[in-house]
Design a protein around this ligand. Structure first.
Ligand code: ADP
Length: 444
């Protein structure tokens, strides 16, 4: 088969290596420049590629195209590929075809994917399972299979990757929650985005497991629209369940077939309501692949939170600084604020993907004493909070934002960077924003 790969980033290069290994005629095309390390990997494997252009004659003769999740459907080249009825798949779909008998835990959702993925991986590793963490979290699934196959893959999957899956069937699927995000890629129709998330279970059968959050409004409203063949294990904080995981009065109870495990939330290494959901989802996933409850319990106590997600940075003159730069939508900022136990100075702003800030109003009123805006256009933030927060200030860099926040703070306060926005106006990406924030704090 001639397989053409569009986009030579982590997933595209991984797909190329795997396709080549299986004897296909592989061509990689990237409209931008390809990073040196990826170029070298392609050259070393004698894979034909081009950069800074797309040569249509070399692309439209493909039997199948593997599309980078970053390329939208409205892209002209994609339209031409679709018009020729060429099969388009994601790197995840390609990897799935070559995974052999290995098992897959696949985690999707609007928020909490990476944390749940990393936590599940931590539990599996701790229990001595031969496993790898792959997908949207930063390591190509296909490359892992090509270079170092494992018996279990813990895979973070975005909606864009699901869109181009056809036969992908995870043994365990986790849907953390669904809130408005990326609507620009879904014709501004929420239903399209919801449908995309539910593709995670479309090929599942009865012996497969589906873990989802009963407390998530959008999941709840939509779940009956789909045929679910999988065995379901919900998570909730609102009632007891006969199967699944629930958290009541500060205690998590997990019920898996005849097994039962209980754990106080005080013993969880990562705190906050949102992380309690993540702890439940990861514990159930681990249980589903046969990990003993003692191992799960130990691992939940020893997990370190990921960088840029509610990451403690430093405490300076009794003011605590927290980096939650990964909060790129209103929902994740809501959960960050919800977990604050001290007066908070909130750093907000960036590129707004159509935010409805009214969702934050109640928590802001209750917990936030000052807002430092950090973005090119801060007008919507002023409109939303101008009348309820006494102190507001505009800044346009991490250094100025940190200085202003420190200036507003008193002993016992928290400075929380949880911007509710994407970062591309002032920063390269959320990691860059988080790193600049941390540097600025260290320079105070
Ligand atoms: P994702 O990979 O889906 O973007 P992350 O685990 O990286 O999710 O977390 C992103 C942000 O979302 C974090 O900053 C955190 O505050 C928030 N968050 C994490 N888990 C959840 C959850 N289960 N529900 C809502 N928000 C969450």
């Amino acid at each position: 088969m001639r397989i053409v790969i569009l986009g030579a980033g982590e997933s595209g290069v991984g797909a190329a290596l795997l396709a080549k290994q299986h004897g296909h005629d592989v061509f990689v095309s990237d409209g931008g420049m390809i990073k040196e390390n990826y170029k070298k990997e392609l050259q070393d494997s004698k894979i034909d590629f081009e950069e800074a252009k797309h040569t249509e004659e070399k692309i439209l003769n493909a039997d199948e195209v593997v599309k980078s999740p970053g390329i939208p459907e409205k892209n002209e080249l994609i339209k031409k590929i679709r018009a020729k009825n060429i099969s388009v798949i994601s790197e995840i779909e390609l990897a799935f075809r070559y995974k052999g008998n290995s098992k897959i835990i696949a985690i999707t959702g609007s928020n909490g994917k990476s944390t749940t993925t990393a936590l599940t991986y931590h539990i599996c590793k701790h229990a001595g399972v031969d496993c790898a963490m792959v997908g949207n979290i930063g390591y190509s699934f296909a490359k892992q299979i090509a270079e170092d196959p494992k018996s279990l893959y813990i895979t973070e999957i975005s909606s864009f990757q699901l869109d181009d899956c056809k036969t992908f069937r995870p043994d365990i699927a986790v849907l953390t929650n669904i809130t408005e995000d990326h609507l620009d890629r879904y014709d501004y129709k929420m239903q399209n985005y919801v449908d995309s998330k539910f593709r995670i279970i479309m090929n599942q059968e009865k012996e497969d497991i589906f873990i989802y959050c009963l407390d998530d409004q959008v999941t709840k409203e939509n779940i009956n629209k789909y045929t679910i063949k999988s065995t379901i294990y919900p998570i909730t904080m609102s009632k007891e369940l006969s199967q699944g995981a629930y958290l009541l009065n500060g205690k998590m109870t997990m019920k898996w077939k005849l097994e039962e495990m209980q754990m106080s939330i005080k013993d969880f290494a990562i705190k906050g309501k949102h992380n309690n959901y993540n702890n439940m989802a990861a514990s159930l996933s681990a249980c589903a692949v046969g990990i003993k409850k003692e191992k799960i319990r130990e691992a939940l106590q020893t997990f370190h939170s990921l960088e840029h997600r509610m990451e403690p940075v430093a405490t300076i003159r009794n003011v605590e600084f927290i980096n939650d730069s990964k909060a790129t939508n209103v929902n994740s900022t809501w959960f960050a604020l919800e977990s604050m136990e001290k007066p908070t100075i909130l750093i907000l702003g960036g590129i707004d993907k159509g935010n409805d800030y009214s969702l934050l109003k109640e928590l802001v009123q209750e917990k936030v004493k000052a807002i430092v805006c950090m973005g090119v256009d801060n007008e919507k933030i002023h409109e939303a909070f101008g009348d309820i927060v006494p102190l507001m200030m505009d800044t346009a860099s991490a250094i100025d934002a940190v200085k202003a926040a420190f200036h507003f703070s008193e002993k016992g306060d928290v400075v929380l960077l949880s911007p509710a926005c994407a970062s591309f106006d002032l920063f390269k990406n959320y990691e860059d924003r988080g790193n600049q924030f941390k540097m600025a704090v260290k320079e105070l």
